[in-house]
Design a protein around this ligand. Structure first.
Ligand SMILES: *Cc1c(COP(=O)(O)O)cnc(C)c1O
Length: 418
């Protein structure tokens, strides 16, 4: 597959303050790319957190269409939202607090994950109530020290699962773990986690439990560590066209070579400037007057702020001295002064542009325009957080509009390849 590029999005329509545009053709393109990268492993597309801010149901449907065998979410509630929308394919969730109601998930054939014997018993109780054996996966803590059972705790978890299986209450469909540092190619944690995982698998077999699907890899594992792919890979961020290891991938406008080449960013955040104006040398901008114009200039008011998920840490001068930038009239324009709750200001460098001029906060990086990674770097964070915050502000109760577009460009480029 050649690294197809999507056609540029049309700018926001007049009157649109701000919108999140989600390119479903890019989702399908990335899912196909990841299926190919996964080799013989099956692909799970991770759609937790409202598909990293891109919209759970729309992304899930696009991922299934492009051949994602599995979907993955964090919570039972996210899984049930998918079932309610008619998705009846393989689906895993992995995070709950004691007292979680598992009945709906068990009845709907959702795979649930247990970290502890107590969780196995809760799931088994749900199976007794619903009259359906629960699909259960077990999580090993191989060194992330987050969810899952450590090796000393593992035998008890396996024993609880075996007992519930013996009672016909559960079917163990998988055994899995999560990598801590797969985005750093030489980090020793990846190899050591693989070793612990192998030990847990053989211990389960010794104790009489077949592990089911074995899975370990996130996006970074899938792209950078082929021997972590096992039976199934769980790809989140790469689905959304963001490289899980940008420091490895090189310059950010979509790596052109190496693992992950050809991923296309899915989310574009754009709108229309609320206002433009001239300011004089010596005028200071935004709260606290942290930026002062050195010469006469023009500025543009971007009607988006931290209530819309834009990180306030991206206020000038930005983390590490790199200002965040906004694409206006074919150029990057630096944010000046503090990002406010509803708005931020960019320096237009003296250019006279009318109010209502289109802007793009971030998107595909076309023509050198800023990406979510540029915003993340300016704010001292990662692009995962930028997407999830801004996209999340566009969720059901958010005030930001979110629009899904499907121009089908992925299909055209595939035909061209054929
Ligand atoms: C979020 C998550 C993933 C996806 O990670 P990416 O780095 O976005 O690919 C995979 N597995 C688990 C358990 C997760 O929580």
């Amino acid at each position: 597959m050649s690294p197809a590029l999507p056609p540029p999005h049309p700018p926001a329509a007049p009157g649109v303050r701000a919108e999140v545009v989600v390119d479903l053709a890019a989702v399908r393109h990335n899912v196909r790319l990841l299926r190919a990268a996964a080799g013989s492993a099956a692909l799970m597309t991770v759609v937790k957190a409202d598909a990293y801010g891109h919209g759970l149901l729309a992304v899930a449907a696009a991922a299934r269409e492009a051949g994602a065998a599995w979907l993955g979410v964090a919570t039972v509630e996210e899984a049930l939202a998918l079932r309610a929308a008619g998705d009846d394919g393989p689906l895993l969730c992995w995070l709950a607090a004691p007292g979680q109601d598992y009945d709906g998930a068990v009845a709907a054939g959702v795979d649930v994950t247990a970290y502890t014997p107590a969780e196995v018993r809760e799931v088994a109780a749900a199976a007794r109530r619903t009259g359906v054996p629960a699909r259960l996966q077990l999580k090993v803590d191989t060194g992330l020290s987050r969810g899952g059972a450590t090796l000393p705790e593992w035998d008890a978890l396996v024993a609880a699962a075996r007992e519930a299986r013996g009672a016909g209450e559960v079917v163990v469909t998988g055994t899995w773990s999560h990598l801590a540092a797969a985005d750093e190619p030489d980090h020793p944690a990846t190899g050591s986690q693989q070793g612990v995982f192998a030990a847990a698998l053989s211990r389960a077999r010794v104790l009489g439990l077949a592990p089911g699907l074995r899975h370990l890899a996130n996006s970074a594992g899938t792209l950078l560590h082929p021997d972590t792919r096992l039976d199934l890979v769980r790809c989140g961020v790469a689905t959304y066209g963001r490289h899980p290891a940008p420091e490895v991938a090189g310059p950010d406008t979509g790596p052109d070579t190496g693992p992950g080449a050809g991923l296309v960013p899915v989310m574009t955040v754009q709108g229309r400037l609320a206002l433009t104006k001239r300011i004089r040398a010596g005028a200071s901008v935004s709260y606290g007057h942290t930026w002062t114009a050195e010469r006469d200039t023009t500025v543009g008011l971007v009607p988006l702020g931290y209530a819309d998920g834009v990180p306030r840490h991206a206020s000038s001068p930005g983390a590490g001295g790199h200002p965040a930038e906004v694409w206006v009239a074919g150029r990057r324009r630096p944010v000046v002064g503090r990002v406010c709750m509803d708005q931020l200001v960019v320096d237009l460098g003296g250019e006279e542009l009318p109010a209502g001029t289109p802007y793009e906060l971030f998107g595909t990086g076309h023509d050198g325009a800023p990406t979510a990674l540029d915003w993340a770097r300016a704010a001292g964070t990662i692009d995962y957080e930028v997407l999830t915050r801004v996209g999340g502000a566009a969720g059901a109760d958010g005030r930001l509009a979110r629009r899904w577009v499907d121009t089908g460009w992925d299909r055209t480029s595939r035909e061209d390849d054929a």
